[in-house]
Design a protein around this ligand. Structure first.
Ligand code: PXP
Length: 241
């Protein structure tokens, strides 16, 4: 059965709006775990716009499931990952001006660089995932890099303007999942998934994890985080193995 890994960046976004001490992402991570999340994700951005270094440290220390650290492939982030030992790192491209991660990582032509970047993390037992578009060439390149997981970017599917565009994106993702699984990669999905559009993946077998933040935090404003996480966990529990 696929599982849910909850991204708590938005809790930090709200805290940073006042540069204060609340709400506390560490508490959100704890509540998400209590509600059935199998892991917690934080994206430590270079500009520290939401998650701060202390959040990574504290969540790693207090988390009872797994911490996944989303990060750019920079020396600074590599050192932070080694210092904190998350269970997994997910490499994402990062642009300062973007509202959120906009596109997948470009693995093509960067195979050697990314393999070298990941080597010290793999040596220490940290697993890796590469956040990529459902492009066969990117998937093949990710395989060549030697990552265990990829996370296929579902943002273009989620943002599609009409049903035709959405179906075309869905087909690309489903083909990408099959290709990746066929060459031995484990596949996670994430970005822009909510309680409705995630149902498109209900019958797609072999997906390991869903990485979800925004829609859960948006629902949590009205119904509370416990209920918002439980609702998503319950949905995903009905999905194909
Ligand atoms: N996966 C990756 C790589 C991301 O960058 C994000 C956004 O931080 C997510 C998943 C979660 O996306 P959303 O907040 O839209 O659920």
């Amino acid at each position: 059965m696929p599982t849910l890994v909850v991204n708590v960046d938005h809790v930090a976004t709200l805290r940073q709006a006042r540069m204060g001490i609340e709400p506390e992402p560490v508490s959100a991570a704890y509540l998400a775990e209590m509600a059935g999340a199998t892991g917690i994700i934080v994206h430590l951005r270079e500009d520290r716009r939401h998650i701060q270094d202390r959040d990574v440290e504290l969540i790693k220390k207090t988390c009872n499931t797994r911490l996944h650290l989303e990060m750019a492939a920079t020396k600074e982030m590599q050192e932070i990952a080694i210092a904190n030992m998350p269970e997994m790192v997910c490499l994402v491209p990062e642009k300062r001006q973007e509202l959120t991660t906009e596109g997948g990582l470009n693995c093509i032509g960067n195979e050697t660089k990314l393999e070298k970047f990941l080597a010290p993390l793999h040596d220490r037992g940290i697993r890796s995932s590469l956040f990529i578009d459902a492009d066969p060439k990117q998937i093949e390149a990710a395989r060549a890099i030697g990552t265990e997981y990829i996370e296929i970017h579902t943002g273009h599917f989620a943002d599609a303007k009409d049903i035709h565009a959405r179906n075309a994106e869905l087909t690309k993702i489903i083909e990408g999942i099959k290709l990746a699984q066929g060459i031995g990669l484990k596949v996670n999905l994430g970005h822009g998934l909510n309680y409705r559009n995630i149902l498109s993946f209900k019958d797609v077998p072999g997906i390991k994890e869903y990485s979800i933040g925004h829609s859960i935090m948006a629902r949590a404003i009205y119904v509370g985080l416990d209920r918002a996480v439980r609702d998503m966990v319950q949905l995903i529990r009905t999905f194909a193995d």
